[in-house]
Structure formats: structure tokens, C-alpha cells
Design a protein around this ligand. Sequence first.
Ligand code: ADE
Length: 229
Amino acid sequence: MRIDIITVVPDLLTSPFSHSIMKRAQAKGLLDVQVHNLRDHTPYKQAQVDDYQFGGGAGMVMMPEPLAILIEKLQAERKYDEIIYMTPDGNLFEQKTANTLSLKENLMIICGHYKGIDDRIRQHFVTMELSIGDYVLSGGELAAAVVVDAIGRLIPGVLNDETSALFDSYQDGLLAPPVYTRPADFRGWKVPDVLLSGDPKLVDAWRHEQSLKRTAERRPGLLSDENEG
Ligand code: ADE
């Protein structure tokens, strides 16, 4: 999968993809993340990419021209399955969105800054708008990193043990069960006996029961058909 990210702060997107699973995904050739500095593509002097908003009001808006130039340059090189704009007023990014996006070939992600991007870019280029939660970040970069990480680890072959993503929280609509490792007795705090039983059926049943219990306690909305919202 190829992901092109458009940003005015490329440095914010260096580290998130340089470690651990994202690094491995790229080393294996399963994921190719390319970060583009919008300022390198603006036709305006002094690398200007933003301007005052029409109608007045505080805060700058990202101009349409540099964005259109870069988007169209990228589109000339490949066909994008989605052009995603990271914005707090987008659709909530959830595991099911990550699952769907992990099957795509080419994604473009636009990170907003200041007051956001000129709405004409949203109307004429953007195909999907995503928010990572009901709070406002100072830019879309950290949100884009979250989305790329969540998608990237789901690409087949990225995780060592491919089944491990199947047991993630949310993957089956439930929260994950608790996990334990050695020692079996730490300061007198013991690992549940069933996990030491060596009986996979019992272990599975216990994990499922714990998942249901956790979900009921912490996120009861996930158990009903409707979303928690
Ligand atoms: N940009 C600023 N805040 C954001 C959020 N919560 N989600 C996605 N993009 C954003």
C-alpha cells in the first residue's frame, strides 16, 4: 500500500513511521509512506500556503492553489482509492474504517492546519473526511499518524503473527481480555489459574467471557447494535 501525506509540518511525520511495526511494514515493502511538504509546491512567494479568511475572523486558511497543484501532481502519478482530509468535523475513525482502508492500494491524506483548508478543496478533491475523536488538535498530522498506524498494521503480512490483529480490541466489536506474562506469581498477585491450565478451550472461553465483561463495564454501547456515538 502506498500512502501520500500532504502537510506543512513534515517533521511531525518522521518519527511515527520510523519504528517498530511501521518500520517493519516499510522494510518488507508492504507499506510505502511518502510525506510531501506543501510549501515545496506553492506558486506564491515566500512559500506562502495560507491566507486570511474571507468574511473576516481570526485564523488563517490553507489556500486552494498549492493544495490543488500537489494533489493533481500526485493524481497524475497514480490513481487514489481515497483522498482523505483529517479534520475534527469528519466521520469518526473506527476499527471498521481501518479494516476497510487496509485493503486499499493508494491513499492520499491531507493534514489541515490553522483554521483548516479552503472548502473548495473538500468539495472537489476530498473523498473521505476523518476525525480521530471529539477534540481539536493543532493540526492533522498526529491524527494522520494515528490513521496510518491503525491501517498499516492490518495490511496482510505486516504483523508477525497475522492472527494477532484478530484479537485486538474492537476487531470483533468487543474489548480485548486482560493479558499476563511471567512470573505467574508477582508479589503474591497471581495469574488466573485457567491461563496456566494448558487447556486451549478453557482459555478461549475465559477470554471471551472476560471480553464481554470488560465491554459491558467500560463500553456498554458496543454491545448494542447502535454505536455509542
Ligand atoms: N485535526 C485537528 N483535530 C483533529 C481531529 N480530532 N481529528 C482529525 N484531524 C484533526
